[in-house]
Design a protein around this ligand. Structure first.
Ligand code: MN
Length: 508
């Protein structure tokens, strides 16, 4: 916490967030060129996802991507925002080599979504149960715009070049910018929010949310409120640009907290209205560095784009979008705990991963009892997925196979070790029938009483010492007898029924 223990002041961190989310529509925000944020085009060659609109050729006309608007409204609803009945498009003018038009189409004074909030859990993220304290983070707005291209300072493959090159595949990708109030007072809170937001966006299906691809980028605005002898000082705000990992968000905020206090101690410099410095983050050194310092806020000469019509959101359209709103991660987690009886830790693991959630829901739909399903996923299958370096839903095994194996285990037809083997075999062969597999691999347990009784009698006859021990009250000695029966049955007897039979015969 603050380095105030040895000092005469108290320092409180203050952070607001801007988040850019690339929407995974098939085509771009204002043209039919394919969108690099859509999985079909992730690996497109540089500068192949372009058309005259993206390149900003004279005389082209942009056309609004309706799906991008709907996806944005979905996110807005999930963040408890109000949705504008009417919204328009504005040109934000600036020059940069990755921006062919010399302006970005954005939304200035009439954002599509506004005045929302998201409650984040304050304590351990492993559980979001009702008892846990939460904090409300207010959302100022969420508006739709287009992404810029990308400047590269080395050639693809990492070769050094003495100039910069541009890839415009990303230019024109639909971009949702979400802005919060400065309601955070710790880096932990910010990271919790970022993770929740990513999870929400992924569960809404509006983005793949792959951080390394820059699908979601965070820009914290950070300063520190210092109190000394009843007097308050605010350090100048620094905005850290384009963070695309939770680790860098966490590192940058904590680094700034210390740095800003140190600078204040040295210079006494405090915040000025409309002034803000922009800083970058160096992952290697774990430090931020100054990019530019401005005494005045940017003047982007915003004005309404004359080529685009305003968007009118009718009640009917809004309701049809609201109807598509799926269960959100936090509500799902509560339902798993409260209605399905799943443990808080397990529920959090499943809900925090959209792919795992979908697979788990499919397993439930196949009729598997929820707690059994969780155990199969997090024990049997997680182990295998780890070994293979794939995701659980990519193992190949089908929910129907899981249901059959769970049922066979419940009926004592197979042992738990046999079940584990069957899960493996089904991962290799998603078309296999578990019952036939169990038979052909000799995994079926013998539950025929006649056969079991014969083995039990043989074991009792051949292990006098253990028998005496059991009769003398040494319960643990029964294990040796069970082992003897298992050997006689070549592992096909059910250990639990054998134990029961032995107890009945020896102890009455
Ligand atoms: Mn923006």
């Amino acid at each position: 916490m603050p380095p105030s223990a040895m000092t005469d002041f108290n320092a409180v961190l203050k952070v607001g967030l801007e988040i850019h989310v690339e929407l995974a529509t098939r085509s771009k925000m204002f043209s039919s060129a394919p969108n690099v944020a859509h999985p079909d085009y992730f690996d497109a060659e540089p500068n192949t996802l372009c058309d005259p609109v993206v390149l900003g050729m004279p005389g082209v006309l942009p056309v609004i991507n309706k799906q991008a608007v709907e996806m944005s409204i979905l996110v807005g609803l999930a963040l408890n925002c109000k949705i504008a009945k009417r919204t328009k498009w504005d040109r934000k003018s600036y020059y940069y080599p990755d921006l062919p038009k010399n302006y970005q189409i954005s939304q200035y004074d009439q954002p599509l979504c506004y005045e929302g909030h998201l409650d984040i859990p304050l304590a351990s993220p492993a559980s979001h149960s009702d008892a846990q304290p939460t904090k409300t983070i207010r959302i100022i707005r969420a508006h739709l715009e287009e992404d810029a291209g990308k400047l590269l300072h080395e050639a693809p493959g990492g070769y050094a070049i003495d100039h910069s090159i541009v890839d415009l595949n990303r230019a024109g990708t639909p971009l949702l910018e979400i802005v919060t109030y400065p309601d955070f007072d710790s880096a932990e809170q910010v990271v919790t929010f970022c993770q929740m937001l990513r999870n929400i966006c992924r569960s809404l299906g509006v983005t793949e949310g792959i951080m390394q691809k820059g699908h979601i980028r965070f820009e914290p605005n950070i300063n520190v409120i210092i109190e000394r002898k009843g007097e308050f000082f605010k350090t100048p705000i620094a905005e850290i640009k384009n963070l695309n990992s939770f680790k860098s968000v966490f590192g940058a905020i904590n680094y700034e907290f210390t740095r800003q206090i140190e600078v204040w101690q040295e210079t006494g410099k405090v915040m000025k209205a409309r002034a803000k410095s922009t800083r970058g983050w160096d992952d290697n050194t774990g430090t931020t560095f100054l990019q530019r310092e401005k005494e005045d806020a940017d003047d982007y000469r915003y004005f309404p784009d004359p080529d685009l019509v305003p968007v009118e959101v009718s009640d009917q359209w809004l309701e049809s979008i609201r109807a598509k709103l799926p269960e959100l991660p936090l509500a799902r987690e509560r339902r798993y705990i409260d209605s399905l009886g799943i443990g808080p830790k397990e529920a959090a693991i499943i809900v925090d991963d959209v792919q795992l959630t979908r697979f788990f829901e499919a397993v439930l739909a196949a009729g598997v009892e929820p707690r059994r399903g969780v155990a199969v996923l997090l024990n049997n299958l997680a182990k295998r997925a780890n070994e293979k370096g794939v995701h659980i839903d990519q193992l190949g095994i089908k929910p129907g196979q899981i249901k059959t194996i769970v049922d066979m285990t419940a009926r004592n037809e197979i042992s738990s070790a046999g079940a584990d083997q069957l899960y493996s075999l089904c991962c290799e062969d998603p078309a296999a029938e578990p019952a036939k597999l169990a038979e052909s691999k000799g995994l079926l347990q013998v539950s025929d009483d006649g056969a079991l009784d014969a083995w039990v009698d043989e074991a009792i006859a051949g292990n006098a010492k253990s028998v005496e021990a059991v009769k003398a009250g040494k319960e643990a000695a029964i294990g040796a007898l069970v082992g003897a029966v298992m050997k006689l049955s070549k592992g096909k007897a059910n250990p639990k029924s054998i134990g029961d039979k032995l107890r009945k015969k020896l102890l009455g």
